[in-house]
Design a protein around this ligand. Structure first.
Ligand SMILES: CC(C)(COP(=O)(O)OP(=O)(O)OC[C@H]1O[C@@H](n2cnc3c(N)ncnc32)[C@H](O)[C@@H]1OP(=O)(O)O)[C@@H](O)C(=O)NCCC(=O)NCCS
Length: 167
């Protein structure tokens, strides 16, 4: 593991979109259009974060929280700064925001071939619970549905705090 990068995690703002979209374009085969981000930033059920270091954005993440379920919609880091715990911090921000909004579980879809992301989610207690066949329109790849439950329980909270101490 490379040296962790010192970043501050902050709510995503309109002014961040240019940099966020640049990382999006370098991270996903089908990046979001600006309108999608604008809709999400206005959505009260959504929470979006950026990781900032020395005035540069190094990554971003987002989720919806509806009733007791959070659904991670996106997570990506600047390619040159991957492997430096930025993804982990952005995922933790999503988990903690889900807890604040009283969600008890979190779900997401991840490409079958995306092992780095799967490993990251597993590290935080997510488990595969199903497959959505040909979910991704660009190449027909399957999505693995992952899920973590009981995030409001003390045992989960304790593990999360232990992980944070290793940063
Ligand atoms: C997935 C992603 C967000 C991870 O961010 P990152 O900052 O590079 O990851 P971190 O440094 O925080 O790594 C944390 C954990 O993730 C896993 N991980 C990260 N990169 C990995 C890799 N190349 N191979 C295997 N596991 C990896 C490991 O479990 C790691 O913990 P460990 O070092 O203690 O084993 C990043 O690779 C990315 O932006 N990918 C492109 C977009 C994407 O795939 N997003 C997820 C969509 S579902």
């Amino acid at each position: 593991m490379k040296q962790p990068l010192s970043v501050s995690i902050e709510p995503m703002r309109l002014a961040d979109l240019e940099e966020v979209m640049r990382i999006d374009q370098r991270s996903y085969p089908v990046p979001w259009k600006k309108e999608a981000y604008l809709t999400e930033l206005a959505n009260r059920a959504a929470a979006y974060f950026v990781a900032r270091s020395a005035d540069r954005i190094m990554g971003y993440s987002g989720e919806w929280v509806i009733m007791d379920e959070a659904h991670i919609t996106t997570l990506a880091c600047e390619p040159l700064y991957r492997g430096r715990r930025v993804g982990e911090k952005l995922l933790t921000a999503l988990i903690e925001e889900a807890q604040v909004r009283r969600a008890s579980h979190i779900t997401l879809e991840v490409r079958e071939g995306n092992l780095p992301a799967q490993k990251l989610y597993e590290k935080y207690g997510f488990e595969p619970v199903g497959i959505r066949r040909s979910y991704y329109s660009d190449n027909g790849e399957n999505a693995i549905v992952m899920w973590v439950s009981d995030i409001l329980q003390p045992a989960f909270q304790q593990k999360l705090q232990q992980r944070k101490q290793l940063w």
